[in-house]
Design a protein around this ligand. Structure first.
Ligand code: FA5
Length: 352
């Protein structure tokens, strides 16, 4: 029995030293020292040993048990140390390593365009205003000489709010920034020199239309304002924003709230004003060399009257241009689909 005990000790010690990991070590502990382990089953044989040898063998078995328990504890501690040093290595912080720059966003290009437009007009005394983007029918249409059911309203493809009707009519998502005109005029402070920039909504979507877009609305009302002031202001803006080489033209048009009225076109920046695209087909943005950017005209006397302003004393001009279209036509932009501005594709946006 003594030989069996010594052989067991040797075998167990070797196995403990060679254990590959803590899982194997746990298994060995159970195998040799567990309640049903090999040492216990050897000890059951003590009953058959002579009474004289029994204490000696009992003491030997006890000594082997303690020695193996120590060996297991030592090996376990070794594994723990190894795991700790691996962790220390993998989580080591090298303070000399260059840091990772956090992702940085920038102002959206439509907002950049709005800032630039605001700056250009502020240099000639126009103050940026912010008028409601959800407004009453009165401001969006009625005060602008467009009575209810007038067919001219159709062009604005308006979204109406599901809200109670007031004395000023239904509530609408403003289809243009011209609603600002009556808001400014009814304050009765002259001269008015406003540039109102805001969101507009229409039920439209294609290469040159989006359902939510921005316009900038200029309104200048004072004594003795003439059409030459309008031309001067529009030429000044076109030169500042597009540079000296691009051409603009006024085309006679009809708006209910200006008389006379014009549409303003710019020579197309995508096809260089030729009307022919890179694929030798008609330019997909302008189709004819010119792109419409907005409307303009002399404020209609009925608009002045609707806000309590005497048209015999005051006169003025107004214009309303699309911010996105204007930005598309910026020198060098060559953006051939307005919807790209709102796709939130970082590959596009990061270029600006
Ligand atoms: C108007 O909205 C008039 N209120 C402009 C005006 C103001 C005329 C003051 C006279 C005096 P129009 O519907 O043409 O006009 O729109 C003006 C410009 O807004 C267009 O030329 C275009 O640049 C832009 N625009 C209109 N609809 C959209 C749209 N769905 N998506 C993007 N831009 C648009």
């Amino acid at each position: 029995m003594q030989d069996q005990l010594n052989a067991l000790k040797l075998e167990a010690e070797q196995a403990i030293v060679q254990a590959a990991d803590v899982v194997v070590l746990n298994e060995l502990e159970v195998k040799f020292l567990g309640r049903k382990g090999e040492l216990t089953s050897l000890l059951k044989g003590l009953a058959g040993v002579s009474a004289e040898d029994r204490p000696k063998l009992g003491a030997l078995a006890n000594e082997i048990k303690l020695s193996l328990e120590r060996a297991v504890a030592l090996r376990r501690e070794g594994f723990e140390q190894e795991a700790l040093s691996k962790l220390a290595e993998s989580e080591r912080v090298d303070v000399t390593e260059p840091g990772k720059a956090p992702l940085q966003g920038h102002i959206h290009i439509v907002s950049q365009a709005i800032d630039e437009i605001t700056d250009i007009f502020s240099k000639i005394g126009f103050t940026r205003t912010r008028n409601p983007e959800v407004d009453w029918d009165w401001y969006a249409f009625e005060s602008l000489n467009m009575p209810g059911d007038h067919p001219a309203r159709d062009e604005w493809e308006t979204f109406f709010m599901d809200a109670p009707v007031s004395k000023k009519g239904k509530m609408v998502l403003t289809p243009h920034t011209s609603n600002a005109q009556a808001h400014e005029l009814e304050r009765g402070e002259f001269p008015v020199r406003m540039i109102n920039i805001g969101k507009c909504y229409r039920r439209q979507i294609d290469v040159t239309h989006v359902p939510m877009f921005h316009q900038f609305e200029g309104l200048c009302v004072d004594k003795n304002i003439s059409i030459s002031h309008l031309r001067g202001v529009l030429d000044y803006f076109a030169r500042e924003f597009f540079g000296p080489d691009r051409k603009t033209r006024l085309r006679p048009f009809h708006f209910r709230f200006t008389e006379p009225s014009f549409e303003i076109d710019i020579s197309c920046g995508v096809c260089g004003g030729t009307g022919i695209g890179a694929d030798k087909q008609k330019c997909r943005v302008c189709k004819r060399g010119w792109l419409e950017l907005g409307g303009a005209g002399m404020v209609h006397p009925n608009v002045l009257k609707a806000s309590g302003v005497d048209p015999n004393v005051y006169s003025g001009f107004a214009f309303g241009w699309g911010v996105e279209r204007t930005y598309m036509m910026k020198e060098g932009m060559k953006l051939d689909d307005i919807r790209t501005l709102y796709k939130n594709d970082l590959r596009f946006l990061q270029q600006f």
